[in-house]
Design a protein around this ligand. Structure first.
Ligand code: KG4
Ligand code: ZN
Length: 342
């Protein structure tokens, strides 16, 4: 076995975070993320502003990632980048930059599927974290996706179920918007929910297929509930914010846990991972930890920094592809729509 150090630079620019990371043999040496504050006042990501901010951030972010890793760009073995899915203007910045750097350094270029990378973050070699064995199931919950994926091998994935409308992150963010909270509202709902009563208000869970999700009805239900109550008491939101957030979060997490229970029943697989931005949620993390004790599952919960969009997950996916000699041609193009199985 070779003892050579393999350094991979990963670049992520699919949405509103510009990120770069260097990993060595699966261990993270740096993971720099520049968030884009510019979107908060618009209540959501503005694609045109996102690509402009990526243009401004990409050079300093990559430079910082290489410096923090304690190497120079000449030590790099390959450049991995997010090909999609995501916002086209954002993806183009990372894609073009990665191509130029790989050409300039004369090293392999590796395209990475962002959704696969969220899942593959579980293979980062990190003290104290468990690596899931194959096959395992991953609940990928982000601002754009809600999927149950069966992983048979690093790059062999099958979607067992997904949302038929909104993603779970959207359910959090849109609920937060209804409550007058800034974007992204998911982390704020989580924060206020910790001080509230999850049973204070009851919201209806959707009736869809066993492994399917739907969040658009819940969002409408929350909107009508808030409008009705504000009409009677203009201070309703202010006076009940913690309880409303706790009740919304409780309903969403119940839906997710129900689906995971159905998945275990249907597949017999008890190795359950979560991935994506919403896996930062404290309640889903708590409930999954309890599931180990109560239901005999083995659960895999990513470290916080690998939940929301980050380049370490792109680097690890790139490293796994590098080991397979799975490189990209320089003519590769960004793809706004890309399934986790592609
Ligand atoms: O994976 P991600 O960073 O970007 C996408 O690929 O979409 O996920 C972002 C989503 C947002 O909807 C955000 O509100 C949500 O993750 N999120 C959370 C929490 N932290 C981030 N939702 C609930 N609780 C949290 N603590
Ligand atoms: Zn993501």
């Amino acid at each position: 076995m070779s003892t050579e150090n393999i350094y991979i630079l990963g670049i992520e620019s699919s949405c509103d975070d510009t990120s770069a990371s260097v990993i060595c043999n699966g261990k993270v040496l740096s993971n720099v993320v520049a968030n884009q504050e510019v979107h908060a006042k618009y209540g959501g990501v503005v694609p045109e502003l996102a690509s402009r901010a990526h243009q401004q951030n990409i050079v300093p972010v990559v430079q910082q990632a290489i410096e923090q890793a304690g190497i120079t760009k000449h030590n790099l073995n390959a450049i991995a980048f997010t090909r999609g899915p995501g916002l086209m203007g954002s993806l183009l910045v990372g894609t073009s930059f990665a191509k130029s750097l790989a050409l300039g350094l004369n090293i392999p270029l590796i395209d990475v599927n962002h959704m696969q990378a969220h899942i593959l973050a579980h293979f980062i070699d990190e003290k104290g974290s468990k690596i899931p064995p194959f096959p395992f199931v991953c609940l990928t919950i982000s601002g754009g996706h809600t999927q149950i994926v069966k992983i048979t091998n690093h790059f062999e994935m099958e979607i067992l179920g997904e949302t038929i409308d909104d993603a779970v992150g959207e359910a959090f963010d849109k609920s937060a918007k209804i409550l007058g909270l800034p974007y992204p509202g998911g982390p704020l709902i989580d924060k206020y929910a910790q001080l509230g009563n999850p049973k204070a208000f009851k919201f209806t869970k959707p009736k869809v297929g066993n492994l399917e999700f739907s969040f658009s009805g819940l969002k409408t239900g929350i909107l009508y509930f808030v409008q009705r109550n504000v009409k009677e008491n203009p201070n309703f939101i202010k006076e009940n914010l913690n309880d409303i957030c706790a009740s919304i979060q409780y309903t969403i997490i119940e839906i997710l846990m129900d689906k995971l229970k159905n998945t275990v029943k249907q597949t017999g697989i008890k190795h359950i991972a979560i991935a994506g931005g919403v896996s930062a949620n404290s309640e889903i993390r708590k409930r999954l930890t309890l599931a180990e004790k109560h239901w005999g599952w083995t659960t895999y919960i990513p470290k916080f920094e690998y939940t929301t969009d980050n380049a370490a997950m792109i680097s690890i996916a790139g490293y796994l592809k590098f080991l397979n000699n799975d490189y990209s041609d320089i003519s590769v193009t960004a793809k706004a729509r890309l399934k986790v199985t592609e």
